[in-house]
Design a protein around this ligand. Sequence first.
Ligand SMILES: NC(=O)c1ccc[n+]([C@@H]2O[C@H](COP(=O)([O-])OP(=O)(O)OC[C@H]3O[C@@H](n4cnc5c(N)ncnc54)[C@H](O)[C@@H]3O)[C@@H](O)[C@H]2O)c1
Length: 358
Amino acid sequence: MRSHRIAAIGGDGIGPEVIEAGLEALRVCAERDGGFELKVEHFDWGSDYYRRHGVMMPEGGADRLRSFDAIYFGAVGAPDIPDHLTLWGLRLAICQPLDQYANVRPTRILPGITSPLRAVSGPELDWVIVRENSEGEYAGVGGRVHRGLPEEVATDVSMFTRAGVLRIMRYAFRLAQSRPRKLLTVVTKSNAQRHAMVMWDEIAAEVAAEFPDVSWDKMLVDAMTMRMTLRPQTLDTIVATNLHADILSDLAAALAGSLGIAPTANLNPERRTPSMFEPIHGSGFDITGKGIANPVGAFWTASMMLEHLGERPAAERLMRAVERVTADPGLHTPDLGGTATTRQVTEAVCDALRGAND
Ligand SMILES: NC(=O)c1ccc[n+]([C@@H]2O[C@H](COP(=O)([O-])OP(=O)(O)OC[C@H]3O[C@@H](n4cnc5c(N)ncnc54)[C@H](O)[C@@H]3O)[C@@H](O)[C@H]2O)c1
């Protein structure tokens, strides 16, 4: 029996609700498969922990996660604590020391879900966004001086390293090469940002030479929003900086029907450290505790985690179960225009898994 150790961090708001739902589906996945078990350890880190201890997680928290095979993460953020404290105190405090430098965000239209784009019925929108996850605009370099005084100055300096850009470009080209269309779009802003973004473009062109079978093009981030909206079928794999991809992937999620269905993986592709899997959405303050959070993003994320753990048949079975459930509008949560609850969707996915004959 194969065994995988999972660190589960529900975090804040709807995070614990969707992670609980995801763990339930994962338990059924393991039972149905019969070839592996998941040993799950829970960590109560997040904003409640902060209120009790003054920190989002204990010192050395990220190091405690190193021995796990994967991390399953909900969301972080609370209305009464500044977002930069919660984000830097937990999510980035895990991603950065564990060097999860490739953030991978698949987007497609699941059966039964309607895109807000008039011309899109399904197959026209099938993308994977690769977000640089270790530096760039979120490197954390900067500071504030003369706080509160009229001459106050604040800086956030984008840091792009050749090594960092090389590795994310190589990852993106490899991923594009593994997909049927072998098509990559490199998002940039080198018209206005004439140092780091020009190096970004140059390195993209260098790496492209290593992948002659991948067609690639370059797109300014502002024009990219139009292309995603008006010509989604011209895109396949997309690579962008930490900030650009953060924004574009929320747009992608909305174009695919809802933020509540979108998954993401924070990968250390060389597997030197555990990777972290999380739905894209945040804490969902407006729906916390109502039992209506869409758990599909957490299920899709769980499927990505199973695939990463080498459990591909179980990962595919879970996605088929999710697609069977999304195909039924009676099982749509309110974000998709339905009235179903988190529990109903979770039970339906678990039933579909138990009933799966392949
Ligand atoms: N990775 C993360 O942990 C992460 C990501 C984004 C935002 N945040 C944090 O979350 C908090 C709220 O941020 P926000 O409001 O900008 O983003 P959000 O993703 O929490 O919510 C945006 C909107 O989408 C809806 N939504 C999100 N997930 C849903 C789901 N599963 N089912 C149904 N509806 C869903 C919410 O109800 C809300 O109306 C902030 O503190 C922010 O910093 C954390």
